[in-house]
Write a protein that binds this ligand. Structure first.
Ligand code: SF4
Ligand code: SF4
Length: 380
């Protein structure tokens, strides 16, 4: 039996939606966030219990996300609390609330890195996607304050039909800004993004974009990676050579709240490439603003309730049937279940769930025909 190379133990990366509140109206928002208070949000004391529960089990990279995490007044206190428990604390703010003072407070609270979303190489393109005029300029202003206090950053871009041809220009912008990583997020049509299904690039476009990303991962002066295009793992492995030294650590090495976990593989053997198979249940956990565990932010299947588990994170995680299912590739269905790359790729479980209601069904965004399903190569 083939052995999984994905993570089968406790989570290495946890993305925590501290709040859903956000002033922006991004078209692709997973949480359909609004600028209002959300019922049932974890209190400061409850958040500290969540951190205690995690720290008793693992010391992951903790991505503080939202909504806009900086709308929580206790954000600095919670970041410091987690950092003091030995976690690498990173954050995914929209940038609008970063002032010289809040940037300094983030730094003092132990936030090591932030991700900033840029979805177009020009202010007009970015603002159209973000749904707020002036969003680009405010993001840049906030980013500059973070840079001024020495916080590292990565640039995240969500790919749609609107900007797929703009990716090289956005990468160039990220390089000019001084980002340490350019992370290309592939649209997952859930939440508000469900209405964007028409903007989702085709599987063939995704294949070409991933080929480009694999090339850039080798040649760009900064790290280039992908998130939520798990078949990038297959594309990199189909490259001319696949052996390479370990990948450099990402700023945000998790997804859907966000980043991309790095299986160290090369494309051409020169530069380490983080190939990022699906993270759902594979070393990654998403915690909602109400303390509900999910395999990722886009896979909205309740997979444990920290409040009901008395904030015993390990118990909630290990007893979850959903996490157990996702870690067992033998249960995967359709062509993913038959695929020789399933253990490095896994296919997007959220896209499968959105389309079929079954998170173990095959990934709809992949053009690959597994060897076992090709009539001439069938081993049956
Ligand atoms: S299921 Fe996997 S690939 Fe899909 S959105 Fe979640 S982490 Fe990303
Ligand atoms: S068929 Fe599924 S497991 Fe295989 S490469 Fe495509 S998405 Fe990945």
């Amino acid at each position: 039996m083939r052995k999984s190379v994905l993570h089968n133990s406790g989570p290495k990366v946890i993305a925590w939606e501290l709040t859903r509140r956000c002033a922006l109206r991004c078209k692709h928002c997973r949480g359909s966030a609004r600028d209002e208070a959300y019922e049932g949000e974890l209190s400061t004391d409850e958040c500290k219990k969540v951190i205690d529960g995690i720290a008793d089990y693992v010391k992951p990279v903790l991505i503080l996300t939202g909504g806009e995490p900086m709308t929580r007044p206790d954000i600095y206190e919670l970041a410091r609390y987690a950092a003091d428990k030995g976690m690498r604390v990173v954050m995914a703010p929209c940038g609008h609330l970063i002032t010289p003072e809040t940037a300094r407070k983030l730094k003092e609270a132990g936030v090591q890195c932030i991700s900033i979303s840029i979805d177009g190489s020009t202010p007009g393109k970015h603002d159209a996607f973000r749904g707020v005029e002036g969003a680009y300029a405010r993001t840049m202003e906030g980013l500059q304050h973070a840079i001024d206090v020495g916080i590292q950053f990565q640039v995240n871009t969500t790919v749609t039909k609107l900007n797929v041809d703009d990716l090289p220009a956005i990468l160039q912008r990220a390089i000019e800004l001084g980002a340490i990583t350019f992370d290309i997020f592939f649209l997952v049509p859930t939440g508000r993004a469900g209405a964007l299904r028409d903007l989702e690039i085709s599987p063939e476009q995704a294949e070409r974009a991933l080929q480009w990303a694999a090339e850039m991962a080798q040649t760009a002066p900064i790290r280039v990676k992908t998130t939520c295009a798990p078949h990038f793992a297959r594309i990199v492995r189909q490259g001319p050579k696949s052996e390479a030294p370990a990948a450099r650590p990402a700023c945000h090495p998790g997804a859907a709240g966000n980043g991309g976990h790095g299986h160290a593989q090369g494309h051409g053997g020169k530069r380490p490439v983080s190939t990022g198979g699906c993270m759902a249940g594979q070393g990654f956990v998403f915690i909602s603003h109400q303390g509900i565990l999910q395999p990722c932010g886009f896979l909205d299947t309740a997979s444990g309730d920290l409040r009901k588990a008395d904030f015993n994170f390990q118990r909630a995680y290990e007893e979850s049937q959903v996490f157990q299912d996702l870690r067992d590739h033998a249960r995967y269905e359709g062509k993913c279940g038959a695929c020789e790359f399933v253990h490095v790729c896994g296919g997007c479980r959220a896209r499968a769930y959105e389309l079929t209601g079954d998170y173990l069904a095959e990934e709809p965004q992949c053009t690959y025909i597994p060897r076992r399903t090709r009539p001439q190569e069938s081993t049956a």
